[in-house]
Design a protein around this ligand. Structure first.
Ligand SMILES: Cc1cc2nc3c(=O)[nH]c(=O)nc-3n(C[C@H](O)[C@H](O)[C@H](O)COP(=O)(O)OP(=O)(O)OC[C@H]3O[C@@H](n4cnc5c(N)ncnc54)[C@H](O)[C@@H]3O)c2cc1C
Length: 614
């Protein structure tokens, strides 16, 4: 196969200037201007520096009508999606405010009523006539990117949309008891003024507690607390038969407690969760540190930013409260480490306070990139603005949706309407644009053992060439039972950098954007790239969060995830025949109810259907 020397897309901050000395030494790379995704004209691709990594040379691709629609989608976004999004956010905010004035006693009473309705609805289901159970949430409302094709088949919906109250903030137990539709923006608005926060606050305002538990949730504190579901102390679940149970790690439902995360709501319906709170201070003292060199150098710099080489991982003096890194090119990254700081400290003379949440401020990933030019710097960010720092620009996806959204004039004039609601973008894209994005765009997270981050970065560069890349570490705990997602066997004997005897350090390698070949107008097979990524993950002890499009066959799905506990809970709690299986729910492609039910029947009949795969 022919190979080319490496190219990288260079996001150059506020002004998007082409880097001085920009030269392309490979003629086909010069066609960056022919980029087919709308932002490509804005986003200048350049060689940052030569590297020994190589990427395959791909043939050119012909443009079609959909390219044109995607290129000018911003017109629709500005005049339709943004105003409606803004109105939605405002109405939701009013609804939350109304809910918050209710007493906790009233909220508990309302909650009990709502649970009764769910039980009643489940009992109304006639298994011989009705489809399998799922929530009534419309696929486009969810933040995730998978196809949710199961909602095209006959199904029995249970409406959980009213479950959006924070039932109780228990300062003594340091627990927030919340309903599943409570979202991250709502919860930080309530807890941060109390100097409290969920131990893991997922970044985007719209992400819901139910989705983050049953699906996947992570943030920059996950190197201490694990994934979002690891911070849950108890689940209140309505089981298939309508029984309501409270599952904790040490009561009679402890197997269910461990099986819920990653199960996508296929074991029961979550109606509330008790989640760990931590004390926080008003500000985050954030240090931006540039790292330059090869992708292996970058991965080592990233590891050193939060994982002491002497393995003293539980020492708060050596391990920051928050960590993330952005890899901007194959040679350049910025690592950010944060520590909570009081307002007295932040306001001390000489300290810089940056309110990154203001609508006119540069987008966060571009602001952080300035460290590559000016070197390491420190600033103080109000804690809540820090938690939601990527919300306004949807990480860097905002640049694809609104190519000029990061320019100062846009930010000042219309930045207050950002971000567009992901749900509205999904609702208005139509089938053709959706398929186009599947082929020409990547939104995937690769969860890999920390010591393999360098390999993962090189893989992404070779196969996808997507920049920036988001790096966020997270612990995978050694649990008393093997759950769908577990650390590598024997990790505790080897104890590499970041590991402790009780948890292996992993990292989320977040790959979101148009791949380099697409920006250069070359052919790129998105489905094939995802398939190869999934195989790479299976071979390297990694996992793929199922909010993203998946090409996994059933056999490979169960090579990536462990089926044993999940399957035994499916049988024990009579979920088989009532809820779809997690594979069928996550799978891409249309499936009929008959297919789903046949698979369910087989599963119920066969003792261990995954014997071959596990
Ligand atoms: C643009 C974008 C940005 C993202 N940013 C982040 C981020 O910053 N941090 C992060 O951690 N993740 C992020 N994600 C991924 C996100 O974590 C997942 O989509 C996650 O599953 C939450 O999405 P949701 O709240 O819309 O849940 P949904 O997609 O609605 O739900 C996820 C699953 O849980 C099930 N479920 C939900 N509620 C219940 C319930 N009450 N009972 C039973 N089952 C239920 C649903 O049926 C579904 O299978 C992002 C994804 C995208 C596309």
């Amino acid at each position: 196969m022919a190979y080319r020397c490496r190219i990288s897309s260079n996001f150059s901050g506020d002004n998007d200037e082409v880097a001085p000395g920009f030269r392309c030494c490979c003629c086909c790379c010069c066609s960056v201007a022919a980029a087919i995704i709308s932002s490509a004209g804005e986003r200048t691709a350049s060689y940052s520096r030569m590297s020994d990594l190589e990427t395959p040379l791909r043939p050119k691709r012909e443009k079609g009508v959909v390219d044109f629609l995607v290129q000018f989608r911003w017109i629709f976004v500005i005049f339709v999606v943004l105003p409606i999004s803004y109105t939605f956010y405002f109405l939701i905010y009013l609804g939350d405010m109304r809910a918050e004035v209710k007493s906790f006693k009233q909220r508990q009473k309302d909650h009990d009523e709502k649970v009764k309705k769910v039980v009643k609805r489940l009992k109304e289901r006639n298994p011989s006539k009705d489809g399998l159970v799922c929530t009534a949430r419309k696929p486009w409302i969810a933040v995730g990117m998978r196809n949710v094709d199961y909602k095209r088949a006959r199904r029995f919906e249970v409406d959980l949309s009213d479950f959006r109250n924070i039932i109780e903030i228990d300062r003594e137990r340091m627990i927030a008891r919340v309903e599943p539709m409570v979202n991250m923006g709502q919860i930080t608005r309530v807890t941060v003024p109390m100097n409290l926060a969920l131990a893991v606050v997922a970044e985007l305002d719209d992400l819901t507690v139910g989705g983050l538990i049953n699906g996947y949730g992570i943030e920059g504190s996950s190197h201490i607390y694990g994934l979002f579901s690891d911070t849950v102390v108890a689940y209140e679940i309505v089981l298939a038969g309508g029984r309501v149970v409270r599952a904790t790690r040490d009561n009679e439902y402890s197997d269910l407690y461990y099986a819920i995360p990653w199960s996508q709501g296929t074991l029961g319906l979550l109606v509330s969760a008790e989640i760990k709170l931590i004390p926080v201070k008003e500000y985050m003292r954030l240090t931006y540190t540039p790292v330059k060199g090869s992708l292996k150098d970058i991965s080592q710099g990233y590891m050193d930013s939060f994982a002491p080489r002497d393995r003293d991982q539980d020492n708060p003096n050596k391990v920051p409260d928050f960590v993330e890194a952005m890899v901007y090119s194959p040679n350049e990254a910025v690592c950010m480490t944060g520590r909570y700081a009081s307002k007295e400290e932040a306001k001390r003379k000489g300290n810089v306070i940056n309110n990154v949440g203001w609508w006119f401020k540069p987008w966060f990933y571009q602001h952080a990139q300035k460290a590559l030019e000016k070197g390491e710097f420190v600033e103080y960010i109000p804690a809540r603005e820090y938690y939601h720092r990527h919300t306004r620009s949807l990480y860097w996806e905002g640049k694809l949706i609104l190519p000029f959204g990061d320019q100062w004039w846009f930010r000042f004039l219309l930045g207050w309407m950002m971000p567009p609601k992901v749900s509205l973008l999904k609702a208005t894209q139509g089938e053709a644009i959706r398929n186009y994005y599947h082929d020409n765009h990547v939104i995937q997270d690769m969860l890999v053992p920390l010591y393999k981050v360098g390999d993962a970065l090189e893989w992404v560069h070779r196969e996808m060439e997507v920049y920036p890349i988001w790096l966020c570490p997270h612990r995978l705990f050694k649990l008393p039972v093997k759950t769908m997602v577990s650390p590598e066997p024997g990790f505790d004997l080897q104890r590499r950098q970041g590991d402790t005897p009780y948890a292996q350090m992993y990292t989320d390698v977040g790959v979101y954007y148009a791949p380099g070949p697409v920006l250069r107008g070359e052919k790129f097979d998105g489905s094939e790239a995802v398939r190869r990524m999934e195989n790479w993950l299976i071979e390297n002890g990694g996992f793929q969060p199922q909010y993203a499009v998946s090409e996994l066959s059933e056999k490979n799905f169960w090579r990536m995830f462990d089926a044993s506990l999940y399957e035994s809970c499916r049988r024990k709690y009579e979920a088989v025949g009532t809820f779809m299986s997690v594979y069928y729910k996550s799978k891409k492609g249309r499936k009929t109810e008959k297919e789903v039910q046949e698979a369910e029947r087989e599963r119920a009949e066969v003792e261990s259907p995954y014997a071959e795969a596990v």
